[in-house]
Write a protein that binds this ligand. Structure first.
Ligand code: SAH
Ligand code: SF4
Length: 388
């Protein structure tokens, strides 16, 4: 018999599940705590639940992590997991330890339909949305694994960023209950400021997120004008920069922080010239959205045909922005030695044939077939690991 994975539920959902079993809703809180706070998956361990309930749960439900295909640990302490999500698809999560925090970078989809030119996940094409349980499983597994691994009793993961594979706002229905579990005091109890959704700019969903579950928002801007952004982030054709910035402005009314983070991936000779910085400054001034910029050194992969901007150019760009009064940081790449850097996610290692088919089926924004890149020398890697 198919049983339900309880990682699929936020507290409300779990309460409804318990009610269906004929149990009082408050039992759900106990169960939720066992699962998320204590990492329990064996109902017989949950001794403060009545025996009858434990027996009912054993026949109707389970708590299961995703199978781990590989785990790699970097010299700098960054850990990357590749999880099997079935049918030849795999997704990655990356843990980035820092002195004052531990950040988990989480995936929301297997592949991604947005198809940004500089992103390895985008080049793979879209396979499928993750379920709520598959999103939460990355956190559940990482948190409880790390407590044992680092021999810590208290919480290890203090921040979650939805910056792994996929466009979280194109998987909205699964995302929101997952975010609720991250925030719930009976589960991970993360503050809204410590949970970040990163989006390439799905405007209507930015508005919905502001109403349903306002967490910190990062927007992948990458270009100061529509012509260039259309080319780098194809979704811009649907939601151009002016509409995106308006949505950011509206989001600020709900946001837990008083700024939006704009991510800007520095691509050699493409978007990294002084004129681009000046256009950005003008854009931010005209639009008036309160923001910070995070410049990301591009993590190259062969199929992109793009190169990383030289460091002096990145610093000069940052200086121009800062001198104009815009808070600008340069992201420090972490986990280089295990390919755990931003934008290199390639969770299709299990079945390259299928990934190749997906890519062939995909069309570039200009309607041209995407050129197949058959041999990717890297193993799997993630868009995730970086200092925020
Ligand atoms: N889909 C969402 C979240 C996942 S990507 C988004 O696009 O925002 C997380 C971040 O990694 C984004 O800012 C994205 O632009 C950036 N990124 C993607 N590919 C990259 C690469 N090759 N090098 C550096 N950053 C990259
Ligand atoms: Fe998708 Fe984000 Fe990669 Fe663009 S950068 S293809 S939106 S995962």
């Amino acid at each position: 018999m198919n049983t339900t994975n309880l990682l699929e539920f936020d507290l409300e959902g779990l309460a409804a599940f318990c009610e269906k079993l004929g149990e009082k809703r408050f039992r759900a809180t106990q169960l939720y705590r066992w699962i998320h706070q204590r990492g329990a998956s064996d109902f017989s361990q949950m001794t403060d639940l009545a025996k009858a309930l434990r027996e009912k749960l054993a026949t109707t439900a389970h708590v299961a992590a995703l199978p781990v295909i590989s785990q790699q640990e970097s010299k700098d302490g960054t850990i990357k997991w590749l999880f099997d999500v079935g049918q030849g698809d795999a997704v990655e999560a990356v843990f980035i330890p820092e002195d004052d925090r531990g950040t988990l970078c989480v995936s929301s989809q297997a592949g991604c339909a947005v198809g940004c030119r500089f992103c390895s996940t985008g080049h793979q094409g879209f396979s499928r949305n993750l379920t709520t349980g598959e999103i939460v499983a990355q956190l559940w597994f990482a948190e409880h694994f790390l407590r044992k691994h680092l021999q810590r009793d208290e919480r290890v993961i203090s921040n979650v960023v939805m910056m792994g594979m996929g466009e979280p706002l194109q998987n909205y229905a699964a995302l929101v209950p997952a975010l609720r579990t991250m925030l719930d005091d009976n589960a991970y109890g993360l503050s809204r400021r410590r949970v970040t959704v990163s989006t390439s700019g799905v405007v209507p969903m930015i508005d919905r997120l502001g109403h349903d579950c306002p967490v910190a928002l990062a927007v992948s801007l990458h270009a100061p004008n529509d012509a260039l952004r259309n080319d780098l982030v194809p979704l811009n054709r649907k939601y151009p920069i002016a509409e995106l910035l308006d949505a950011c402005q509206r989001y600020l009314a709900h946001a837990p922080r008083d700024f939006i983070t704009f991510e800007y991936c520095m691509l050699d000779g493409v978007n990294d010239q002084p004129e681009h910085a000046l256009q950005l400054i003008e854009l931010v001034r005209t639009q008036g959205v309160s923001c910070k910029f995070n410049l990301i050194p591009f993590n190259p992969f062969p199929a992109s045909g793009l190169l990383r901007s030289p460091q002096p150019r990145v610093l000069a760009f940052a200086r121009l922005m800062s001198e104009a009064g815009i808070v600008t940081t340069v992201r420090k790449t972490r986990g280089d030695d295990i390919d755990a850097a931003c934008g290199q996610l390639a969770g299709d290692v299990q079945d390259r044939t299928r990934a190749a088919e997906r890519m062939a089926a995909r069309r570039s924004p200009a309607g041209q077939p995407v050129v197949l890149h058959r041999s990717r020398p890297r193993p799997a890697a993630t868009p995730g690991a970086m200092k925020r």
